[in-house]
Design a binder for this molecule. Structure first.
Ligand code: S3P
Length: 175
């Protein structure tokens, strides 16, 4: 499978820092950054919460796959950094497409850190339950293998600053 090796794809659970890392890394490596969730919201003209509420999760998953296909088709020779949605790598088709789009970096986070960062958040439809902590543990457990098999590189993010994470990734890609 042909891979656009210079692109970097950030994957990982909600709250692992994909967007913050992506933005900072893009300055550090002088590459453009695109957040797939935001791209879908722009194209749809509505928020992810609205998409989940009116069309359901399955439709959103379809939009994610279409989004990656479009990015593969549009990717020229310039190096880019992409962040995915937390559930993007769950579909096998998406894992294959992501590998085609670039080098996949998995930001591995623990359920406790996710809970601390996202308690009170209202923008993640999957966490709007009576017991978000249990939901995070359950979802992370169910997705563990998908994240690991999608990854070219695994970066642990617990107890590291944003700068440390960015430097760790930059060191892997600087020539
Ligand atoms: C989701 C994660 C979200 C967003 C949607 C579904 C998931 O992205 O794509 O709410 O299934 O884990 P973030 O990981 O950027 O929060």
């Amino acid at each position: 499978m042909e891979q656009k090796k210079d692109n970097i794809i950030l994957i990982g659970f909600m709250g692992c820092g994909k967007t913050s890392v992506g933005i900072k890394l893009s300055y550090r490596l002088k590459q453009t950054f695109l957040d797939m969730d935001k791209q879908i919201e722009r194209k749809q003209g509505r928020s992810i919460s609205d998409i989940f509420a009116s069309d359901g999760e399955l439709s959103f998953r379809h939009m994610e796959t279409e989004c990656i296909k479009e990015l593969i088709a549009d990717a020229g020779n310039s190096k880019q950094i992409f962040s995915t949605g937390g559930g993007t790598p769950v579909k096998e088709e998406n894992r294959e497409l992501l590998k085609k789009l670039g080098m996949v970096v998995y930001l591995k986070v623990s359920p406790d850190v996710v809970y601390e960062r996202l308690k009170g958040d209202t923008t993640r439809p999957l966490l709007q339950t009576d017991n978000p902590k249990a939901r995070i543990e359950e979802l992370l457990g169910a997705r563990k293998e998908a994240y690991e098999s999608a990854a070219d590189v695994i970066v642990e993010v617990d107890n590291k600053s944003l700068e440390e994470i960015v430097e760790e990734i930059a060191a892997l890609f600087e020539k």
